[in-house]
Ligand binder design. Sequence first.
Ligand code: ISL
Length: 540
Amino acid sequence: MNQWWRDRVAYQIYPRSFLDSDGNGIGDLRGIIHKLPYLKELGIGILWLSPVYCSPNDDNGYDISDYRDIHPDFGTMAEMDKLLDLAKKLDIRVVMDLVINHTSDEHEWFKKSRDPESPYRDYYIWRPGRNGRKPNNWTSFFAEDCWEYDEHSGEYYLHLFSKKQPDLNFRNPKVLEEIKDIMRFWLHKGVSGFRCDVINVIFKESLEDGRKRMILTGREHYLTREGTHEILRELRRDVLSRFDCFTVGETVMVTPKTAFDLSDPSRKELDMLFSFEHMDTDAVIVKWFRTRFRPKKFCNVLCKWQTALDWNANYFENHDQPRCVSRFGDDRDYRSESAKMLCVLLLSLRGTPFIYQGQEIGMTNFDFTSMEQIRDVESFNVYRLATRLHFPKAFRWHMIQQSGRDNARTPMQWSPGRNAGFSSGTPWIGINRNYTDINVETQEKNPSSVLAFYQKMIRLRNKTKLLKSGGFRCVKIRRKLFVFERFNESGSITVIISFSKKAVRFRASGKPILSTCDRSEYDGILRPYEAILLQGRVGG
Ligand code: ISL
């Protein structure tokens, strides 16, 4: 079978923050339609849309109240059809976010499920308390309890995320049939697959107390259980295998071993997955406590995953993570250099690269100064918890500033004009003031911009078999240097990456194919944050 998803570069859109066409301050489908040619020009072949379904927006669309309809803020189903149609004409495959671990508490199923007699009761996980206490000791992903008490029926329901996101009960076969129908609905419309939200936590093997932990007490009862594997195989057998589509799983806390089992082609579960270990290399236990970024550690983890899995979904940014140039590069003195270097790294690894909106112009973390500017439910919960724990105010803000998800959610910076060209109204979240410098319009005019470099690098990848399907071999990892090779029967490319602000020596021969410094010869010395692709093997 033609695995086209291995040959294309993917781009993630967070619709709320992409482009607002009607001035209500919220990005929308018409905005996306308008920018499809921009994405085509960039070289994108797969478009992943974060949720656009009906939702009360407790978690910005990751709390879905109707899987078969579009949130009016984003537009209409007719516009969605138009988007799919135009994308098809441009040969861009659209992938939807499939959020099935939970629904919104405003979904019809959950509303009915509040009645203990309803056939929908068993769609969710309802349990009585234990001697006036919660049914078990689990904790949630969002720094709050994961059981919510319902006065009416005197029972609790489970929510691993916010309390407006009740978990579905995948022990009930009817739930899985509903999900299959939803998937068929979108596949028939012409989508080319799904990004499956927190897919490895959907099956709760038991509801017993968990071993007490710093984070996610209870996780041994639901992380990548056999029941999840079975569900994935069933979805593949009954639905996905009948369409020309693929899945990329968002899989939390996976190890190379569990990830291998989830994505090994012979097991027929996921086609690829997003793992997190590289994103955790600058964290101490939880992402809220950050330590200095150590390139060596980061690259070691990348190497480990490159070797452990045949195919990775590679990413350095998404709507939950801080901006990579602020985190793994230098957004003050070497913004453009380090953004280009990260571009080379991402697009040279083996696997499908996922670029997050704004990454291609080197957008940075937000410049907010107070909690009033924050919109994310996770940040609110964590801030509240840190207040309860008597963390000093300055430190609480530092946590949000370093790690909060709104870092990636400020509007896309299109132009130096009003509201960065994002909206003619009042944006739902603040725009980074650096938009006057960092924006698409300005970079389109500048052949040495980050954007121009992304176009070049994506083009190179799209036409180079070695980069798309060649093997991966790690050559050298030093404190601030990463060298690896992509190879096949007919040749090889050496990729040299510097994370240093200083010049770095690394001896290698070969003609540069592409360099962030635009050079035609390599003299063995890398400039600050330089990345270079050399034809052939090191020393050969
Ligand atoms: O924010 C995180 C990464 O540091 C995680 O805790 C995140 O919540 C987790 O990766 C799951 O994310 C996905 O599901 C959530 C949703 O809030 C996220 O936006 C989504 O990507 C619940 O649906």
